[in-house]
Design a protein around this ligand. Structure first.
Ligand code: 13P
Length: 395
């Protein structure tokens, strides 16, 4: 029978026991809170709490959002192929160098999500990418999930791998300079979603969030509701409500500190193949209604994914959501909707680097204005208006 007292943890392994050969920051306090119940002893680790809250609030700062540049090597290869480049480490390094060294990027971007290769990578002129980001006042983050695989027993749905060894990987990423993490799992509307797939997605996100916080990383919680499908916006709204209810249920069960997380939802839109399209005002109405119903105000930031929308569409929708004050910072964590024009402008040619960097800055600035509710949509290029939806997109 557990007693109602604060006890020193004896059942939780010390970090040094599971991370071999690393000098790790040790928790300043390690407390286990035990409630008087025969069945539930709730453990809450307080070691990184203050730092997590600070990191989350730094990322969720006015007029700033996240540059998602955590494409896996396979996905990065597809991007490079679209401009006729081979998927070599040197080409990935050249592209990522271009992205992180855009002059003034930190005015609009507060965090950058990296793939593991990039966290340990240097720029083409030998500076650590993590250091370049810090000099730009951008917090380095890391994708910690290991991708999607088929979910046995489901309706052809998937689940996200990566929990095995996550604690030691997260501790090592912290050592390398990462301060936040991302885990993307997906929910498919055309395939159901089945109750099993939603529960698995929510539980996995909650375990990841608890483990990340235990190792000093602010978890970005991302259950992406895919754009695929012919369904209308009402159906997306219904599914999103069910998904977020379950996610917060399990986050609470796993003692996740809400003040030290960030969310990365999909906007509530019609399916990509639905004939009835929605205006930015309609997307904002549905999405804000969803957030108000499901997201506690303790959460500092909502950092949307772009999911295949065009660059301009993603910016207009974000702007529409910031026309009046929200309880949370409502911002962006886009990959495609920040990088598309930049990548095309670059085309792999050294002489285009400056123009490509300018293209990224234009998008970052537009989304910064949208975060502040001040984007007008004027002067956008035709390229920026092109949708980027791909069926069954993997990251
Ligand atoms: P998109 O903005 O391209 O949908 O990227 C989603 C994502 O999870 C990147 O980290």
């Amino acid at each position: 029978m557990a007693s109602a007292s604060l006890l020193k943890s004896s059942t939780i392994l010390d970090k040094s026991e599971w991370v071999k050969g690393q000098t790790l920051r040790q928790p300043s306090v390690s407390v286990v809170r035990c409630y008087p119940s025969a069945t539930s002893a709730i453990n809450i680790r307080a070691s990184y709490a203050d730092e997590l809250v600070k990191t989350a609030n730094t990322i969720a700062s006015p007029g700033r959002g996240i540059l998602a540049m955590d494409e896996s090597n396979a996905t990065c290869g597809k991007r490079l192929a679209s401009i006729g480049l081979e998927n070599t480490e040197a080409n990935r390094q050249a592209y990522r160098t271009l992205l992180v060294s855009v002059p003034g990027l930190g005015n609009y971007v507060s965090g950058a999500i990296l793939f593991e290769e990039t966290l340990y990578q240097s720029t083409v002129d030998g500076k650590k990418i993590v250091d370049v980001l810090k000099e730009q006042n951008i917090v380095p983050g890391i994708k910690t999930d290991k991708g999607l695989v088929p979910l046995a027993g489901s309706n052809d749905e998937s689940w996200c791998q990566g929990l095995d060894g996550l604690a030691s990987r997260s501790a090592a990423y912290y050592q390398q300079g990462a301060r936040f993490a991302k885990w993307r799992t997906v929910v498919s509307i055309p395939n159901g979603p089945s109750a099993l797939a939603v529960k698995e997605a929510a539980w996995g996100l909650a375990r990841y969030a608890a483990i990340s916080q235990d190792n000093g990383l602010v978890p970005i919680v991302e259950p992406e509701i895919m754009l695929d499908g012919e369904h209308g916006i009402e159906r997306t709204f219904e599914v999103a409500q069910a998904v977020w209810a379950e996610v917060f249920f399990y986050l609470a069960q796993n003692n996740v500190l809400y003040e030290g997380i960030l969310l990365k939802p999909s906007m509530v839109t019609p399916g990509a193949e639905c004939k009835e399209r929605a205006t930015p005002e309609q997307v904002a109405d549905y999405t804000l209604k969803l957030l108000h119903r499901r997201i506690p105000p303790a959460v500092p930031g909502i950092m949307f994914l772009s999911g295949g929308q065009s660059e301009v569409e993603a910016t207009l929708n974000l702007n529409a959501m910031n026309q009046s004050p929200n309880p949370w910072h409502v911002s962006f964590s886009y990959a495609r909707a920040l990088q598309n024009t930049c990548l095309k402008t670059w085309g792999g040619r050294p002489e285009n680097v400056a123009a490509a960097q300018e293209a990224l800055l234009v998008r970052a600035k537009a989304n910064s204005l949208a975060q502040l509710g001040k984007y007008t949509g004027e002067g956008e290029s035709e390229e920026a208006k092109k949708g980027m939806f791909v069926k069954g997109y993997v990251y």
